[in-house]
Write a protein that binds this ligand. Structure first.
Ligand code: FMN
Length: 363
């Protein structure tokens, strides 16, 4: 059985170890959604990860509704990300961008007062993050059939921009209650056309977006993130196993470089699984590298590799407060605790001021 420190081939990308950094929004961009200099330092310091999956990055103005998150639809955004990918590569790392359309989770204040788009006329529960604090979500406008090509075009275009920005590849964010997940799962998809109802119909947007990205950058540089086992932002499915089994079989057929499953345990500390993770049951249905996430420590991650449930594990919160997380796992160095209060604040506090253990020891 592989060790966490064995390499893994993900399509065109060779990861030197199987301790990956999970995608995490940190809200350190500009108000115009352009990456900043402190983001260069943040990602460079984590280049020892077998693979960095970036924070979610907007594919279009329409798709991004998170204050100070970044995008990949303007030349300034591409240039900003280029500095980050260069720094990670110079430090010996690999970095894939997570491509994001938030669908109904975009507040209308980001859209000049227009409603967000989704599969159906539904409203996310709770309150959106906006530049004026938390605001109730708006009811979404269902995407018309003649609008779907625009969404696919934005996935295609932003994936091309990702390569121009120096990324090793792109992961499609099809998890956590955002646009593609709003089409996948039946709590948010009430359509009766070719994009709703049956499982093949609800998979259609995921398949078309994956084809659009793969056409732009190669299937071997394309990945997909799914969240099968629980409700997120009001999006859930009444019968997830057949849906996600079919999703993995469809994605196998497209020959993509990885699938990541974000599945919190039933008593998870970041999100709650409605069932135990389905990864064991889904594993046989995907023929490429399977990445596992949520609430893993290093011992549990190695056990998942030993059991053959997955091929690598992505870690989120541990990487926030431990830039040298891979070294700490290797050496058994205790982990530094993080601070939820600085997850989404601007500036370097709680972002670039967590030292590596070696620096701490020297200091
Ligand atoms: C601050 C923060 C921001 C996050 N942003 C994203 C995101 O942009 N995209 C995404 O798919 N998941 C996001 N997540 C979820 C993480 O990728 C991951 O699923 C979660 O942290 C659980 O993994 P962990 O137990 O290793 O922390 C975020 C999590 C945190 C803590």
């Amino acid at each position: 059985m592989p060790s966490l420190f064995d390499p893994l081939q993900l399509g065109a990308i060779t990861a030197p170890n199987r301790i990956f950094m999970a995608p995490m929004t940190r809200a350190r961009g500009t108000r115009d959604h352009v990456p900043t200099e402190i983001m260069v330092d943040y990602y460079r310091a984590r280049a020892d990860a077998g693979l960095i999956l970036t924070e979610a990055v907007g594919i279009s103005r329409e798709g991004l509704g998170w204050p100070y998150a970044t995008g990949l639809w303007t030349p300034e955004q591409i240039a900003g990300w280029r500095k980050i990918t260069d720094a990670v590569h110079d430090a010996g790392g690999r970095i894939m961008v997570q491509l994001w359309h938030m669908g109904r989770a975009v507040h209308s204040s980001f859209l000049g007062g227009q409603p967000p788009v989704s599969a159906s006329a539904t409203t996310a529960p709770g309150h959106a993050h906006t530049y004026d604090g938390r605001q109730p979500y708006d009811e979404a406008a269902p995407l018309r059939l003649d609008e779907i090509p625009r969404i696919l075009g934005d996935f295609h275009h932003s994936a091309r921009n990702a390569i121009e920005a120096g990324f090793d590849g792109a992961q499609i964010h099809a998890a956590n209650g955002y646009l593609i997940d709003q089409f996948l799962r039946d709590s948010a998809n009430h359509r009766d056309d070719a994009y709703g109802g049956s499982i093949p119909n609800r998979l259609r947007l995921l398949r078309e977006a994956t084809v659009a990205v793969a056409d732009a950058i190669g299937a071997d540089r394309t990945g997909v993130r799914l969240s099968p086992n629980g409700e997120t932002q009001g999006v859930r499915d009444s019968d997830p196993l057949p849906l996600f089994t079919a999703a993995l079989e469809m994605l196998s057929g497209l020959g993509i470089g990885h699938v990541e499953l974000r599945e919190p345990p039933v008593h998870g500390s970041f999100g709650v699984g409605e069932t135990a993770p389905l990864a064991d049951q889904l594993r046989p249905h995907f023929n490429g590298p399977l990445l596992l996430n949520s609430d893993f420590d290093a011992a549990q991650a190695q056990a998942a590799l030993d059991a053959g449930t997955g091929d690598a594990v992505t870690f989120g919160r541990p990487f926030i407060s431990n830039p040298d997380f891979v070294h700490r796992v290797r050496d058994g160095t205790p982990l530094a605790p993080g601070d939820v209060a600085t997850w989404f604040t601007q500036g370097s506090e709680g972002y670039t001021d967590y030292p590596a253990a070696t620096v701490q020891a020297a200091g």
